[in-house]
Design a protein around this ligand. Structure first.
Ligand code: DLL
Length: 433
């Protein structure tokens, strides 16, 4: 079903006209409410009046995660705090998270775009839908929750963890839809096997999977083991959260809700826009956001865009799978982790030398992260309890900064191979296939 045919099936001319109109408005709004954007535009000798059509977007400055960090926590917020009704946060490149504030209207738009996704997956008011993305500062849980309520299906806010209880709910309530990371879906399947719950005992028919890269092979495995149809959902906190784009029944790319989030593909080196179909870095401008609107936000996600009508009837542009990132962000169990966050934790503790290695693996369906770190010579002692205490100190601090647990391995001074050039700090053994 198409939730909002007026916005999902517009002709290209109508869509461009709407985007142009909304762009003009948002540019004037940020110019007058966000000193960061006013300064940037003044430096470029740009006035809001210079922006008239959607093509004029190319004149505007880019925004990066570093800009969000430099303006932490509320520097890019455009609406007064009395208008902000919710805050979410995502990992920043160091200890500071990215803070995103939403007005009531922003929550309404987000709920609507999520409802579009669900409708496109075939979810209806008769479905019982389990949201197993984390609830909290992460946008997955609450974003999906409001979307399911807006569609009118019944939401079951299972969140993450409690996997056995979740499986009991799946069987007892006859839950028909689920939203979670693809790796959690596989973990659910493994736990079902351990509990002796058969695929026939559950009624799941549809799943909304995202927050991390996944592949066609993973899709086939999830569909086979859980007996459902698996759809992709994409999004990022800075732009809104899950629901920026979604697959339809044709599963030939993910339709972008481009009446709210205007996409461009640029060359990450030259920053020049690339032609449709070319792979590059995805950039979004929020066209209707009030809380923290962003102009040309560089997502660092690498993909391509396909224009033209889809066989499902929708006309909004489709993005391909995320083929990688142009930065070093790792996504571990759906959580964004920057090596620089780990480095800053290590450097904040005097016991540890700045020599470390981050090893990411996949055991079964779950990602694991191990941090090997050298102790400084004066702290490397032959005292087992003292060493265990140091290990715990580091793993506790890592858990509080990263929001996931990392295994810590302490190494004697000098044991990590020194690099002649750029230091290599990450070994990612996961093979996505
Ligand atoms: O992961 C929002 C989300 C929640 C999306 C639930 C989908 C489902 P962040 O934590 O800010 O937000 O992480 C955003 O995750 O830039 C991509 O690199 C990656 N990502 C998100 N969805 C997908 C996907 C949420 N479907 C970052 N495929 C993005 C591949 C994805 N990567």
């Amino acid at each position: 079903m198409i939730w909002n045919p007026n916005k999902e099936c517009m002709s290209r001319d109508e869509m461009s006209a709407l985007q142009g109109k909304r762009l003009r408005k948002i540019v004037s709004y940020v110019y007058h409410n966000v000193p960061f954007y006013r300064n940037k535009m003044q430096e470029m000798d740009l006035r809001p009046d210079d922006i008239n059509t959607i093509e004029d977007i190319r004149k505007l400055p880019f925004t990066t995660k570093q800009d969000l960090r430099d303006n932490y926590p509320f520097g890019l917020q455009a609406a007064p705090s009395s208008e902000i009704v919710r805050i979410h946060a995502s990992s920043g490149t160091t200890g500071k998270p990215t803070i995103v504030g939403y007005t009531r209207k922003d929550i309404g738009v987000w709920s609507e775009v999520f409802a579009r996704c669900l409708a496109s997956y075939g979810v209806t008011r008769d479905d019982l839908f389990s949201v197993a993305y984390g609830y909290g500062l992460f946008t997955g849980g609450l974003g999906a929750h409001y979307g399911v309520e807006t569609l009118g299906a019944t939401v079951i806010p299972t969140s993450t963890g409690n996997t056995e209880k979740h499986i009991r709910l799946l069987t007892d309530l006859g839950i028909t839809g689920i939203a979670c990371t693809p790796s959690y879906a596989l973990y659910l399947a493994e736990t079902m096997d351990k509990m002796g719950v058969q695929r026939q005992n559950i009624k799941l028919k549809v799943g909304a999977f995202g927050a991390e890269p996944w592949t066609e092979n993973m899709r086939a495995e999830i569909e086979e083991r859980l007996g459902l149809k698996a759809y992709n959902i994409y999004g990022l906190s800075e732009i809104t959260g899950p629901g920026v784009s979604y697959e339809c029944e044709c599963q030939n790319g993910s339709h972008i809700n481009e009446d709210h989030y205007y996409p461009e593909i640029i060359d990450p080196e030259t920053l020049e826009p690339l032609e449709p179909g070319k792979e590059g870095e995805l950039v979004f401008t929020t066209l209707t956001k009030e809380g923290m609107p962003l102009l040309r936000y560089r997502t660092k996600d690498l993909t391509s865009l396909t224009y033209g009508q889809c066989s499902c009837g929708r006309t909004n542009v489709r993005m391909g799978r995320i083929m990688g990132r142009s930065d070093d962000m790792l996504i571990i169990r759906g959580i964004n982790v920057f090596p620089s966050q780990i480095e800053s934790v290590i450097l904040s503790l005097e016991e540890f030398a700045p020599q470390y290695m981050i090893i990411v693996d996949r055991q079964g369906s779950l990602d694991t992260i191990k941090v090997q770190v050298e102790l400084r010579p004066e702290y490397f002692v032959d005292d087992y309890p003292a060493m265990e205490r140091k290990k715990k100190l580091l793993s506790d601090k890592l858990r509080s900064v990263l929001s996931i647990s990392a295994q810590v391995e302490l190494l004697p001074p000098g044991s990590i191979e020194r690099s002649q050039g750029k230091g290599k700090h990450v070994i990612d053994n996961r093979k996505l296939q």
